[in-house]
Each structure stands twice: as structure tokens, then as C-alpha cells.
Write a protein that binds this ligand. Structure first.
Ligand code: AGP
Length: 610
């Protein structure tokens, strides 16, 4: 939920830290701060509000140290103000620390530390961490490794921390459990960050630090230690993303850039799963024998990833005829799900760090069930802990509202469902090849939608900038994608919206329809098209303003105030096409309201706390 950065090298640290924080603002931005160490003196500068406020403060200083840490905050404990902003410092300044995560037992630790005369200036759990490390550092006099390891054993919760000790010049110490952290190295120094985009400009060479490990970042090297304080050798990995993918490249917002990147990243994802018109899941170390062993599926995710799961449920059951249940991760983990040895639990997650999804994965593994992760971030916690991993190749997704990651997750589902249908002999070779060819046509059809509809949607979206409610309705896969359309609107425009199975409206919600209530109907599913249209007639007759998203062979002029025509595709793959106008509608209505599209209020890109 927050973003941490660190740099230790030959360059001025302030510039690198601020650049890194600006690329992590999507993780949280109610306050920010940095600490720079020089000649064993650590200076801390913090500011409430956007990163710009911190930059203004720093412009008045000349901090030329080359070792420092930084933090951009999404408040969990203590209101967003300068006092609660990170970095936090232990009572006598020995320890300075930034933290992403939540310390669950911080209250009991405050009591323990107060007995040893520690006092607290903030309302945060992070300050407790700084003083606890200081406490062990002074009590056992064994240095940073011992102090950090003892702290990790004593606390409960999630954390990615970067620590500087006043007595240890030109060293940054890090540790993590469950919160994300990436460590980079190049000829100019060593780097740490909560996420890849913050260091991608400097290096593609990264280490992955595992849970309950700590490390020391010096100017030219990184040393890792386990909980016993023994050294651990680590491989340096190369990130495959290019720097430009973490820049706006002339687009006004990351979101519109990422919407337009979809044809390309979908093609990349397809090419990583289909070779010479054959599906190859070896990259996920999934072979035919494994796939045959599963006779039921659980799909577990949050937010938009959960909406992919809803789509997947329809597709796996209808195409592959395999019983499938989709669950919200935060519910799954407390519901005592009925899993058996032939269950495959599929976790879908862009970040691979969503706390509830990670916990659900662990819950499934604890029950001895095989797990498949469909994730976008290489080396993320969910990717590393699942039995099988299918990577989406969406590249870094900066906008809080997911678009390209969502679309590449759909591709992974289509491919998996098609392969399962073939293995389970639910489809013949001819249809198998037809499905594969149609999957390969998706990027081009999305490009057609972007080319032909963007301007139209941009024009009519301003009509809706002052509405207070919107409804998205559909049946089957059209209902599943209406959930995503509704979320795309409400999470960035702050307009209340709801998605409904259109057959369900008559059971209560239709009473909310008034004159000019916006209702967006998705009607692409042939078998139930007429039903959806009749539901739209019902809301229209009650005064609704109706927008219909349908295919080129349909005429909805009698019911639609506005019509959005998309190309036809196989019914299973329609979500990939109908979601594009829904993304554009959410984006352009938000832009017409003058809101911060990429960093909507109260939201963070990756929800790494419960
Ligand atoms: C989608 O626009 C949201 N940003 C959010 O619902 C997101 O999909 C959800 O938090 C899951 O994140 P994940 O895919 O990284 O697990």
C-alpha cells in the first residue's frame, strides 16, 4: 500500500529517491519523506500530501549524500500528516527506517518498549519498529543483522523495511515478510524499491529477497542473510521490461497509455502460450498429465482479477465442462472451502502481492491442493509460492485502474480453458483450431475498437460527468464484464455504479431507475441477446438513458440512446472486446470531471494489507 525506495552508490541519492518515489506514487500518496546519510549524520525530510510538497522542501536544502531511503505513504495507522510520514527514527536517532506493511502486534510492543523508557511521537506502527530494532541493537550489541533478525522473530504482520544505522556509514539494511521488495544493482550502486518501475530506469539486474531474510546494501554489493544470521548466496536476475514501459510516452495518463497498449501486450501473452497454432503450457510447468488430474477448479482473486474469475467460471464450465467456483479471496480464506486432491486453485493477480490472494494461495497449499498463479509481476510472492505460474506479459501497469493486465489475464483463461476442453475431449480438433485462430485475432479486433470508438466515446462521455449513478447490465459473460465496467467507472470517477445480471433487475433494483438514469447494457451473447434487449426496454420505458454495447450484426436503435458497435468474435472471447469501450467510458468520464485518473483517492495499486 505504501512505496519504499533506497539507493547507495556514487550518485546524489536525493534525485534517485525522488524519481523512484514518483514512480511509486500509485501505491500511496498522502505523505512522503526521505532520509539521507552522510558522514554518519542522517537527515530526515518529510511532507504531507503529494510528492510535490516534499520536492519543494528538498529544493531548499542541499542534501548531497549518496546513501538514502525514501517512502510514499498510504496511511494505515495514524492520519496522513507530516508527523506520521516516514521515515521514522528511534528515540536517540540510532535507527532510521521506512516501512511498507502492517505490524499487527504493535500495541503490545509499545507497552514493552515504554517499560524500557521509549517514548513515541507518532501514531504509527512503523515508529514502533524503529524503536524495537534499536532496543535489540542496544541490548545485545551484536550489530544490525542480529537486531533485525530478533525484531523479525518478535513482530507479527507484513513488512518490507529499509533501515539505516547511525553507526554504520554507507549501509542500508533491508528485510521483508509478505510485503514486496525488489533489490537492484548496477555500476553506480545498489537500489531497493517496493516495485520494479522505481528502479527500472537505473538497472534491470535485480535480486529477489525472500520472506524473513535480511540484506545489507553497500555501494557496490548486496549481502543476504537468513534468520540465523548466516550468509545466503543469491542469483542476479534480469528484468525483461523496458524502461519506456514505465513512462507515459506522450499520453496524458498512464491509464490511456495502458488501454492503448492492450493489442501489443495481448499479442505478447498469446505468443508466450501458443506456438505454431498449438497451446504450450510448459512455461507454466503445466503438462497434460497434471491438467487431466484436475476435475474441479476454484478461482480466487480480488477486484478486477475477480471479474476475470467470473468470466472464467462461465468459460471453463461451458467450454471445458469442468465444475468451477469463483471466490473473492478475502472470503475464500475464511470460508473453510471444500477442496479435494483433484481441485486446482487458480489465483489471479496482477501484482502477485495482494495480501488476501496470497493468503488464499497459502490456505489452498496448506490443504494440500495444487495452485496455479496467473500473475503479471515476475518474482512476486504469489508467483514464487504457487505450484504452477502462468505469467501475463502486460509489462508494468502503473495506473491504479487495471486495463492491460486484466485483458492479458483473460487471454490466459481462454488458453487454459481451450486446452482443458481439448484434453477432456469436450471439443474436436477442428473447433480447437478455430478457437486458437480466434484468440489470435483478438489483438487486431481490439485495435479496430480503439481506432474507431475512442473519439466517439470521448465526445459523449462529457455528457455524464455530473451523474450520480450508473448501472451496467448483461447476461452470462456480458454480466461478468459489466462488473468490470462498473468498477472501472466508480473507482476513478467516484460515480456510484452497480453491475447487475439484467434478469435480476426486476427483483428490486429496477425501482432505482428514474428519468435519465444511465444504464449501459452489454449484449454480445447470441443465445440470450433478446432477453437482454427486453430488460433494456424495461429500463428505457422507465426513463433510463440507455447505451448498448453490441456487435456489428445487431440493430438496437429502437432501445438505445447511444450504440457502441464492436466486432464479432467467438462468444467465449467477447469480454476482451466489450471491456474496451467500458474502459474508455470510465476513463473519459473521469477526465471530463478533471480528476486524477492514475491515482484515484483512497486506492493503491496493490493491496498488500488485509
Ligand atoms: C482494478 O482496477 C483495481 N485496481 C483492483 O480491483 C485490483 O484489480 C485488485 O486490487 C487486485 O489486484 P491484483 O490483481 O494485483 O491482485
Amino acid at each position: 500500500m505504501c512505496g519504499i525506495v533506497g539507493y547507495n552508490g556514487n550518485e546524489k541519492a536525493v534525485d534517485i529517491l525522488l524519481d523512484g518515489l514518483s514512480r511509486l506514487e500509485y501505491r500511496g500518496y498522502d505523505s512522503a519523506g526521505i532520509a539521507i546519510e552522510k558522514n554518519k549524520k542522517i537527515e530526515v525530510i518529510k511532507a504531507k500530501g503529494k510528492l510535490l510538497n516534499l520536492k519543494d522542501k528538498l529544493n531548499k536544502k542541499n542534501l548531497d549524500g549518496t546513501c538514502g531511503i525514501g517512502h510514499t505513504r498510504w496511511a494505515t495507522h495514524g492520519e496522513p500528516n507530516e508527523i506520521n510520514a516516514h521515515p521514522h527514527v528511534s528515540n536517540d536517532g540510532t535507527v532510521t527506517l521506512v516501512h511498507n506493511g502492517i505490524i499487527e502486534n504493535y500495541q503490545e510492543l509499545i507497552q514493552k518498549l515504554e517499560k524500557h523508557n521509549y517514548v513515541f511521537y507518532s501514531q504509527t506502527d512503523t515508529e514502533v519498529l524503529a524503536n524495537l530494532i534499536d532496543y535489540y541493537y542496544k541490548k545485545y550489541k551484536m550489530g544490525p543483522i542480529d537486531a533485525i533478525n530478533r525484531t523479525m522473530v518478535r513482530i507479527r504482520g507484513s513488512y518490507a523495511i529499509a533501515v539505516m544505522f547511525k553507526d554504520y556509514q554507507d549501509e542500508i539494511w533491508v528485510a521483508r515478510k509478505d510485503s514486496p521488495m525488489i533489490i537492484g544493482k548496477d555500476k553506480n550502486g545498489t537500489y531497493l524499491a517496493s516495485d520494479v518501475p522505481a528502479i527500472l530506469k537505473y538497472t534491470k539486474n535485480v535480486y529477489y529477497i525472500d520472506n524473513l531474510e535480511c540484506a545489507c546494501l553497500k555501494k557496490d554489493d548486496v549481502t543476504f542473510y537468513d534468520l540465523n544470521g548466516d550468509k545466503i548466496e543469491k542469483e542476479l536476475n534480469e528484468i525483461k521490461w523496458d524502461v519506456s514501459s514505465a513512462e507515459k510516452e506522450g499520453y496524458e495518463h498512464f491509464m490511456i497509455k495502458e488501454i492503448n497498449e492492450q493489442p501489443d501486450v495481448i499479442k505478447k501473452t498469446i505468443n508466450s502460450l501458443i506456438f505454431d497454432n498449438k497451446i504450450k503450457l510448459e512455461n507454466a510447468n503445466l503438462n497434460e498429465e497434471d491438467l487431466k488430474s484436475f476435475d474441479n477448479l476454484y478461482i480466487v482473486a480480488c477486484g478486477s482479477a475477480y471479474h476475470v474469475g467470473i468470466c472464467a467460471q462461465y468459460i471453463f464450465e461451458d467450454l471445458a465442462r469442468i465444475p468451477t467456483r469463483v471466490e473473492i479471496a478475502s472470503e475464500f480464506r475464511y470460508r473453510k472451502p471444500i477442496l479435494n486432491k483433484n481441485t486446482l486453485v487458480i489465483i489471479i493477480s496482477q501484482s502477485g502481492e495482494t495480501a488476501d490472494s496470497l493468503a488464499a494461495l497459502r490456505e489452498a497449499k496448506n490443504k494440500g491442493v495444487k495452485t496455479l498463479a496467473i500473475v503479471n509481476v515476475v518474482g512476486s510472492s504469489i508467483a514464487r509460492e504457487a505450484d504452477y505460474v502462468l505469467y501475463t506479459l502486460a509489462g508494468p501497469e502503473i495506473a491504479v485502474a487495471t486495463t492491460k493486465a486484466f485483458s492479458t489475464q483473460l487471454i490466459a483463461i481462454y488458453v487454459l480453458a481451450t486446452e482443458l476442453a481439448k484434453i477432456n475431449k469436450k471439443i474436436n480438433n477442428e473447433y480447437y483450431n478455430e478457437l486458437i485462430n480466434e484468440i489470435k485475432n483478438i489483438p487486431e479486433k481490439i485495435q479496430i475498437i480503439l481506432n474507431t470508438l475512442t473519439e466517439k466515446i470521448q465526445k459523449f462521455s462529457s455528457k455524464f460527468s455530473n451523474i450520480h449513478d450508473a448501472f451496467y447490465i448483461g447476461r452470462g459473460l456480458d454480466y461478468a464484464i459489466s462488473l468490470e465496467g462498473s468498477l472501472k467507472l466508480k473507482e476513478i470517477s467516484y460515480i456510484h455504479s452497480e453491475a447487475y445480471a439484467s434478469g435480476e433487475l426486476k427483483h428490486g433494483t429496477i425501482s432505482l431507475i428514474e428519468d435519465n438514469t444511465l444504464v449501459i447494457g452489454i449484449a454480445t451473447q447470441e443465445e440470450i441477446y433478446e432477453k437482454t434487449i427486453s430488460n433494456l426496454v424495461e429500463v428505457k420505458s422507465r426513463g433510463a438513458y440507455v447505451i448498448v454495447i453490441t456487435t456489428e450484426d445487431k440493430d438496437v436503435s429502437k432501445v438505445a440512446n447511444d450504440t457502441i458497435i464492436i466486432p464479432k468474435t467467438n462468444k467465449y472471447f467477447s469480454p476482451s472486446l466489450s471491456v474496451i469501450p467500458l474502459q474508455l467510458i470510465g476513463y473519459y468520464i473521469t477526465v471530463s470531471k478533471g480528476l486524477d485518473v492514475d491515482k484515484p483517492r483512497n486506492l493503491a495499486k496493490s493491496v498488500t494489507v488485509e
